[in-house]
Design a protein around this ligand. Sequence first.
Ligand code: NAD
Ligand code: TYD
Length: 352
Amino acid sequence: MAVFVTGCAGFIGSNFVHYFLSHNNELILNIDKLTYAGNLENLNYEGDGRYVFVHGDIADEVLLKQLLDKHKPRAVLNFAAESHVDRSIHGPSDFIETNVLGTFNLLESVRAYWQDLPAAEKDAFRFLHVSTDEVYGTLSPTDPPFAETKNYEPNSPYSASKAASDHLVRAWHHTYGLPVLTTNCSNNYGPYHFPEKLIPLVLLNALAGKPLPIYGDGQQVRDWLYVEDHCRAIARVLEAGKVGETYNIGGWNEKTNLEVVHTLCAVLDELKPREDGKRYAEQITYVKDRPGHDRRYAIDARKIERDLGWKPQETFETGIRKTVQWYLANQAWVEGVTSGAYRQWVGKQYGA
Ligand code: NAD
Ligand code: TYD
């Protein structure tokens, strides 16, 4: 048996591979284009026959056909995406290429493979699409959290491209019968998080004595989930989710950005105090707001809790402590990411 995963050299995907291989003995095949966000140092499985890496694009139908025919996976999980809102504002075209056209190509490749499977394997096959709560748009302080029935109102090029991919996945189920599952998760944090996103950026800037940039008034709210809880939820949906359904995944951890940054600073003050005796929070700096910045996201996770028995295991306080401890203990990884050394390694290993 084999499972295909896409984009697992990135943050959530690499955590998923670690979670999956510590609970299964199946082959996991990771197809990743290795964009700036893909880092093979997240996945050290040399000599472990259960893990195969293929450098490739989800838009490459020829490659996908070869791999699907050869390994005959029982499931395909799509993590691959351009994932950073700020980058989508500066340059949306990669988001359309990968999130929309890439997902379309992946769906078509998987459909061609799935259609020819013997009946029992065809029934058991799953295509799981990993998506975001940002497709639902923004909430006012008094709105209820996003349920699966909430209409889509994406506001950034990133969320619009993810919304488009969700719609394609839905249509491939309704039109062609492809057995799909979709998960829409809130903001993740934890190990292997690329330091362009709020939590790792603030953590590494704090340690480097740099400013901690807060967009606008810092009162925007996100619903934070420890990445391993997300990975457990994905595994659970793959195992027991109802075909054609979507599941919202969240941590019941609504925090303003300022609260998040103050909590991080307090944990750092305790675990790695500044040499000058001052507090890390003194490095907080207010900067220009993000255009079209969504004010609040929050997930109503009752469906996955009720139907699949999943619940987050970490609170924000326990998860953030684990995260800070991981970054402090993994200086070589941090150094590789910040110096760009892993990019050089990719060039050396795979050529241009
Ligand atoms: P990431 O940016 O850290 O990693 C993305 C990975 O996809 C990288 O390894 C990259 O090389 C790869 N990739 C990009 N384009 C590709 C292509 N065309 N073909 C093959 N591989 C390609 O992203 P992440 O934070 O790990 O997010 C993973 C998924 O989860 C995304 O679909 C994202 O929308 C979704 N999601 C993320 C969050 C979050 O908080 N990070 C929350 C909810 C959902
Ligand atoms: P981010 O981690 O980019 O995730 P997303 O935009 O997908 O929610 O940002 C989380 C929140 O933190 C978001 O409201 C933007 C804000 N933010 C800052 O205030 N400063 C920063 O330097 C970054 C990267 C984000």
